[in-house]
Design a binder for this molecule. Structure first.
Ligand code: SF4
Length: 345
């Protein structure tokens, strides 16, 4: 397949962002060196809806597929989540890493607003945003009517959209607030804030582990400080003590971090997670400016790597989703739907 030139990639993404990459990445930068007037406009262009001042909501592709009767996402297959009732959000778009494979424009600093919204406000506004974002399905001839009605009452929140949620200081309260409303809560963290990880109890706690060693971590995740690798190791040990269901998730990028399964296994053993998810990098969003399409492993390659990892880890393959290029490992080769919060619907 012919490689796209950088000029073509620029057009493909629709933003003149390459100038940003050439800029000295100065955190104090407050204006955009291209034709996007402000951060809000950038969010809008990416299809995000702002919930309050610093939280964002975006409907995922699988919500749209589920609504139109075109299938559910792998989280439905693996954990029983109903894609059309899943609210994907983040309480902050800020992040302390700049992963090569991230869909978000990591080159652009997120403005620090200096004050935080109350969790109750975020929950209310995120549900309102979700309802607004799916309004169009109500009149669509392709949408399944019952699903559209159900989707107005989301019952799972995926706190994982973009940015690092553990940087929001009221994350435990935010999770409680969603659970009070009968939501199951899926939290995805990069593991760099073990102090916050110790405090949260979502239904399912995902932690990303995208490197088998420090050298790869610095290259692939481009953290603000090399010291964050130690924090990640601290978080791995903390995971072992959590009551939440735990998952370690690795995004494989060909030629970047898809090696040393034995080293990944040693790190994962510290966390002893209920599940391990191994998934392929997908050539989407702003990651297209950093990585070539050939960085996406095929499903067969993901499966092969997972089998190797399972051997070192003494886990078994529990399931896989070819379309999403993801493989699920568990200790006994079984999977189970996520439990509802006790006493709630
Ligand atoms: S940790 Fe997550 S949000 Fe932050 S840069 Fe990496 S992929 Fe993006």
């Amino acid at each position: 397949m012919r490689k796209m030139s950088l000029e073509e990639k620029k057009e493909d993404i629709g933003e003149n962002i390459l100038e940003v990459q050439q800029e000295d990445r100065n955190e104090k930068q407050t204006s955009f060196p291209f034709d996007i007037p402000d951060f809000k406009t950038l969010l809008k262009k990416q299809g995000y809806a702002l919930a309050g001042h610093h939280s964002a909501v975006k409907t995922c592709l699988w919500l749209r597929h589920a609504m139109n009767g075109q299938g559910f996402c792998y989280k439905s297959k693996f954990y029983g989540v109903q894609s059309h009732r899943c609210l994907q959000m983040t309480p902050t778009l800020m992040c302390n890493q700049r992963c090569l494979f991230c869909w978000r424009p990591t080159e652009i600093p997120v403005p620090d607003l200096g004050e935080w919204d109350h969790p109750e406000k975020i929950v209310k506004e995120s549900i309102a945003c979700q309802r607004k974002l799916i309004t169009g399905f109500g009149g669509s001839p392709n949408a399944i009517k019952e699903r559209w009605i159900e989707s107005n009452e989301p019952n799972n929140v995926a706190i994982s959209l973009s940015g690092e949620p553990t940087l929001y200081p009221y994350l435990p309260e935010l999770i409680e607030e969603y659970e009070k409303r009968g939501f199951t809560t899926f939290l995805v963290t990069n593991g760099t804030v073990p102090e916050m990880l110790a405090k949260v109890s979502p239904s399912q706690l995902y932690m990303s582990l995208d490197a088998p060693d420090l050298e790869t971590y610095l290259k692939v995740c481009q953290p603000k400080s090399a010291a964050l690798w130690e924090k990640i190791n601290e978080s791995l040990s903390l995971m072992k003590q959590k009551n939440s269901r735990t998952v370690i998730r690795t995004t494989l990028v060909k030629g970047q971090n898809m090696f040393k399964p034995e080293a990944y296994a040693e790190l994962i053993k510290k966390a002893s997670p209920d599940f391990v998810e191994i998934k392929a990098y997908m050539h989407l969003g702003f990651s297209r400016l950093r990585l070539d399409r050939s960085s996406m492993p095929t499903h067969a390659e993901v499966l092969e790597f997972s089998q190797e990892l399972a051997k070192y880890l003494e886990y078994e393959i529990a399931d896989e989703s070819e379309i999403s290029r993801v493989v699920l490992l568990s200790k006994d080769g079984k999977k189970s739907p996520v439990k509802k919060v006790s006493g709630l619907d």
